[in-house]
Write a protein that binds this ligand. Sequence first.
Ligand SMILES: *Cc1c(COP(=O)(O)O)cnc(C)c1O
Length: 482
Amino acid sequence: MSKVIFARSVAGGGGFSLPPCDVAEIEPAAEINREFLRAEAPLLPELSEVEVVRHYVELSQRAYGVDNGFYPLGSCTMKYNPKINEWAARLPGFAFLHPYQVEESVQGALELLYRAEKLCCEIGGMDRFTLQPAAGAHGELTGLMIIKAYHRHRQDLARSKILVPDSAHGTNPATAHVLGFEVVEVKSNEEGLVDLQDLKACMSSEVAALMLTNPNTLGLFEKEIEEIAAVVHAGGGLLYYDGANLNGIVGVARPGDMGFDVLHFNLHKTFATPHGGGGPGSGPVGVKEFLSDFLPRPLVEKKEEGYCLDYDRPLSIGKVRSFYGNFGVIVKAYAYMMALGGPGLREACELAVLNANYLRHHLQEDYHIAFKRLCKHEFVASGQKQLAENGVSTLDIAKRLMDYGFHPPTVYFPLIVKEALMIEPVETESRERLDEFIAALREIAREARENPDILHQAPHSTVIKRVDEVRAARQPILRWPG
Ligand SMILES: *Cc1c(COP(=O)(O)O)cnc(C)c1O
């Protein structure tokens, strides 16, 4: 194991070379307030170029990504990111654009944004999209701002509540709260679906919207969605669709057809652009026609003389991000959508659902499965059997999976399932890989029965062993102590 970069530093060991200063004759002088000036040079590591390269390559090898192996992180959709998308985003005509260029000189980029919007509309069953938001949570924020603006515009000022099911992703209540809404939790029934009776009881003239994801975070399809939509609409509320993870329905069903008024997608999940440590995100927001005036500006329009940015949108909630969103991410997602086409997206969805049900079926003998029904792209298993019988927790199981070379699934979420292991295999894994994962989890269940200590102390094979997560969060050490 190597030392951190500071420990490798050798005084005078620097290896950089800068070009000669070409502004010397002008004598650049900046007036900097004395109090902002350093008294001493900063303590920086001194290393040659090759040492710096080794340091970062070594760090990259310690990380685990979808290019290293199976990554069944439920709700996060860690699918393979086709490398051809990187090629597309790196094309000089896209990569070297400047956001301040005049419209006439960026017609190709505007056309791509225009077409990407059209594809999003088609996939979501919506009328217009903004591509500005930089992540899923940012999309939620944008969507609820639009809903807020809509009610305000109609002088319907009492709508201060957002309904959120108890199985929802944490960003849903967080977003509503950030915008000053009161969050009202809607219960799930024994099937893991929205409890219609409770929804009716929660509905009132103070409700601005229901935020829902379908399939929900248990991977179950809300089959009463039309009735749910009718209840909310009858009460004057709107329906927000959290489409961060669309893998369970993409190409097969459309939120717009289910009655949703506003939605966001995560291009960095369903549409295969890298995320997590791997890249910036994009969370486009789509709306039905009656809400399109409130979308962030500008939108891309197609006129006779070419594509243009339309800022003339008086009811717009304004900009939600600098310039036009994470353009490179949109290029990658566009390349993905075009490569697969409608039938390809549908097939990806069907394979994702098949893979999830395959795992669910083969794990049910050893693990408690929260809802033993056909699931969509993900399902929730649980370590509660192992906890009760062997004193082994879901955390132990997750850590042990790392010794078998797998990234653990999402754990302890959704909150309504005890000891949850939320598993999403996605469509890009082969049957062989799924079988290896099943074998590893079955082996771990056997270890739990026969040798639980090996699980309590896992992982055994990683550079960093089990960390004290509470201490790491409360007392983070963020700088080199030397
Ligand atoms: C990932 C996810 C989000 C948040 O998306 P970010 O891009 O991480 O902000 C919201 N809802 C659901 C259901 C998700 O899976």
